[in-house]
Each structure stands twice: as C-alpha cells, then as structure tokens.
Write a protein that binds this ligand. Structure first.
Ligand SMILES: *[C@@H]1O[C@H](CO)[C@@H](O)[C@H](O)[C@H]1NC(C)=O
Length: 496
C-alpha cells in the first residue's frame, strides 16, 4: 500500500477522485491478427486512446458513445482504453461503450485505474475482465484479451489471470524497477511529458525526456511489446473550490508534433494517445461536445477546442501503422493546425484566481497557489503545423506582433511565432495563390479570462471546422464555482 501510494505520488497524474479520473482501458475486439494486420496497413501496430469513464456517468445509452467511436475510428485509432474506477455507474457505462464500439467496428479494453482499485484486488480485477471478455468489441491481441492499467505495480497477476479464467495480454502501467515485468505481456508508459522525475516540470539540471522514458521501458521489457505514450499537452488548475486541488503544467508547446515524430522513428508495437477526454489535465483530443460531467475543469476548457490536434494526428497515425517514418503520402487534405495559450505567462491574475484563496487540500503535494507550477517552461508563442502536399508559404499575424512568414516544405512541418495581443490570422500561399486563410475565433488577450490563470491551449484549423465545438450544459455545471470574475458562457463565434 505504501509502495502504491509512493507510485501514485511519483506519477502524480491521477485525478483525485474517480469521477474526474476514469482510467483508460484498451478496447477489445475479436480481431484475428491477420485482420488486424490488414487494418493496420501491413503491420501489427495498434493505436489506443485513453478514455475516462469516470466523467461519462451522465450518458444514457450506447448512442451517447457513437460520435466518439466514429471519430476515433476515422482518425485511425483502433481501440479506446476504457479507464475505470470502482464507481456504481461503471458497468452501465461499460455496457454502453462496448455496445457502441461493436456497432462502429471499434475495439475497447479495460484499463484499471489503481487510484481506485487497490493492488490486493487481483481477483476482482480478473473477474471484471472476465465479465467483458467475450463481448464482440473486446480487443484481443495474439488471441488474448487485452487489459491495461494506470499504475498498479504490485497487483497479483496470478490471482487476476486465474479469476479471468483465460490467458490475458496484460500490458499495465507498471514502472521499471517497481512492477514485475516477467509477469506481464507488455507495458504502458504514462509519462508522455518532459518532467523532473517527480511528476512536475523539468527544473534546471533535472530533465527526464519522454524519450528517456521510452528507453527505460524498452530496457525493462526485454523485447516484449511497448505501449508508447503520446500526448499533446498538460495543464491543470484546480483550487480550493474542489477537494482534489492541483495546479501544475508540463512543458507542452510543440510536444504533439515532436512526439509523433519520435513515435515514427521508434516504431513501437502499440501507441496510446493520452487522452480522449481528460479535460481536467487539458490533454483531451476528443471534442468538447463529447457528453461528460464537469469536475470543475470547465473554467479552463470552455472555448478551448482541441479537435485540430486529432486532425493533425491522422497522417502520423497512418504512417505509424504503415511502418514508415514519412507522413507526406498520408496527407489527404491540406491543413494548417495552430494553437496557443490565450494569455501570456507574465499576466498577473492573483487578485481573482481560484487558487489564491480558501484552504486547498495539498495531501497530493500537487497544489500550488497562483500561476501553475512549471509555468516558466511554457513559451509565449503561437504554434503552427502545416500539412501540405507540396511546398507553401505560411504567414502568421499574431495580434500586435509584426507578421512572420515561413517557407513550409511538402509534408508536416512546424513553425512558431511570438504571441501578440489581439486577433490571430493565418495564411498559406503557393505560387502567389492563397490556399488557406482565416482568423482564429479566439484572440490572445491581456486580461484574466474568467479571472483565472489558464494555461490550456486553444487549437484551431484552416479550413475551420463546419461547426463550433462547445461544452454542453452538463460539462459546464461547475463553471462559476469559486470564480471571482465574470465568465460569459461559450463565447466562441459570438459577436463581440
Ligand atoms: C504542496 O506540496 C508540495 C509538495 O510537498 C509543495 O512543494 C508545495 O509547495 C505545496 N503547496 C503549497 C501551496 O504549500
């Protein structure tokens, strides 16, 4: 138990309550490996995406999962890792998810969140696996039911397998030097962000890169399959308005682009996108409109769509599954994907920020007052990724900064420009013709939006999406709790 707590403290990524912290689990479908190979474009590689069941307790039927299943499948994701705690609604929601997945040709698998399950529950974990093992959407790898976890290094794998009543493909989030890697078939590394080795942003002289994590896992696995993490961002900002206060960032700026390139070069058997819908830690790539409850994250998630990141991942995913390192042949539609924080990091919001008052719970050691811990590691820049079939010229006009122009090659290229206060305009030209052009729906401002420090990213695309992605009422229920400033609801696209 102490060891488990230590692991949790070190990984520190778990949410403090199960509603906010569903554990992603892999999806299972009874796909024979030959089929899987074909589906993966000639390799046996699979892409998973961590999905928090803990914030989808409000879903009423399998239909409420349909849009997520279809969108993920369209992006090339093979399976959702359904992160589960021990909440009373878990089975209801798992049944909906397995049913919807089966109807959409998606796969799912269970990912046990050991913030809520404890390591002594191997038998109960195995029984839960058995409950879903024969569902049509269950992911099987090498003919075995696939199972994963968040944390759980000391779970009794023997008791688990016995209770499951069959051989499993168990690829948990064990940690090198802690879990028994001889007892498992593969392992998931959760640390998708550069860090200091203690679940916070790197500091001077203390940097653990994501690639450092890859090397530790590959060494510990001794040839067994590795589930490599890829995540676009990390920012969380819970104050005393909730019991699970936590407030830090990991450096994320161009991470989504850099990490996909690392993934292509590394070529692991499995990749897990972290996450589809963990809004609280700002690493969602699913839509804001995906039905979910509000754990208090709406303060930094409202008006901050991330779907452009999923669009950007598509050619990377296709290249990964084809076993090649160049994504150019998989660009089917030319796009510009851009993102930025809505305010500069030196903006002072202390007078109205939610972390500056009350008596926040710091049992986790993850609470800090004011700007999120690690904020210095983020740069005041606008990040632009061009997905082009042939070379083009990208121009960024960020507010009051002079315009910046970049020559972008064919393929996927990354560019960055200093943040300027005001409107954010982007153009792509080729041979004097304008290919793409538009103004972001989100300005960079020099005021505290809703009164708080918001280090989440706004992600836009050119061409823009057909509809504006918005939080639904259930995802906004805690918006005003603890706020000390006005906070108009769903302002994107509203006339100003
Ligand atoms: C919370 O705990 C961490 C770890 O001990 C510490 O670094 C941090 O300063 C604490 N936060 C506050 C506001 O005291």
């Amino acid at each position: 138990m102490l060891r488990e707590l230590l692991t949790l403290a070190l990984t520190g990524l778990m949410m403090s309550f199960s509603a906010a912290c569903p554990v992603p689990t892999p999806t299972t479908t009874t796909v024979p490996s030959a089929t899987a190979s074909t589906a993966s474009g000639g390799t046996d590689r699979l892409v998973f995406c961590h999905f928090m069941i803990g914030i989808t307790s409000n879903r009423q039927s399998a239909r409420d999962y349909d849009d997520d299943m279809q969108r993920a499948k369209d992006a090339g994701i093979d399976a959702f890792a359904l992160n589960i705690g021990t909440d009373p609604y878990t089975d209801t929601q798992l049944n909906f998810a397995y049913e919807s997945a089966a109807q959409h040709g998606m796969q799912v698998f269970l990912s046990f969140d050991f913030n809520w399950w404890n390591a002594g529950q191997g038998g109960a974990v195995g029984a839960k696996v058995r409950q879903y093992a024969s569902r049509p959407a269950q992911l099987k790898v090498d003919g075995k039911v696939f199972v994963s976890s968040f944390s759980g290094d000391s779970v009794d794998v023997g008791a688990m397998t016995a209770a499951a009543g069959q051989d499993l493909f168990f690829a948990p989030n064990f940690h090198p030097g802690q879990g028994n890697f001889d007892a498992i078939q593969g392992a998931l590394n959760w640390m998708a962000w550069p860090n200091n080795g203690e679940n916070k942003a790197p500091t001077a002289g203390r940097t653990v890169t994501v690639a450092d994590g890859d090397r530790s896992y590959v060494t510990a696995l001794k040839g067994k399959p590795y589930v490599a993490p890829v995540s676009p961002w990390f920012s969380t900002h819970f104050g005393s308005e909730v019991s699970y206060s936590k407030n830090w960032v990991f450096p994320s700026d161009m991470l989504w682009y850099d990490r996909w390139r690392e993934i292509l070069a590394l070529g692991p058997r499995f990749v897990e996108i972290i996450t589809w819908n963990d809004y609280g830690e700002s690493h969602y790539v699913g839509p804001l409109s995906s039905p979910h409850t509000d754990d208090g994250a709406s303060k930094w998630v409202m008006d901050m769509p991330h779907s452009g990141w999923l669009e950007m991942a598509k050619p990377f995913i296709a290249a990964y599954k084809a076993g090649v390192t160049v994504a150019l042949p998989f660009i089917h539609e030319e796009k510009l994907v851009y993102w930025y924080r809505p305010t500069k990091k030196d903006l002072n919001c202390d007078a109205t920020d939610t972390t500056m008052s009350g008596s926040p719970n710091n049992a986790s050691g993850n609470f800090f007052a004011g700007r999120p811990n690690g904020y210095e590691s983020m740069t005041d820049e606008v990040f632009v990724v061009a997905l082009l079939k042939s070379p083009g010229r990208v121009t960024v006009q960020s507010g009051d900064q002079p315009p910046k122009t970049f020559e972008a090659p064919a393929g996927i290229s990354a560019h960055r420009a200093p943040m300027g206060i005001g409107q954010q305009k982007f153009t792509v030209t080729r041979g004097g013709q304008t290919i793409l052009s538009g103004t972001s729906l989100k300005n960079i401002v020099d005021t505290c939006i809703c009164g708080i420090y918001n280090f989440n990213a706004y992600v836009g695309t050119l061409p823009p999406p057909a509809t504006i992605d918005r939080l639904q009422p259930a995802g906004l229920t805690m918006l005003s709790q603890g706020l000390k400033a006005a906070c108009p609801i769903n302002t994107l696209g509203a006339s100003t």
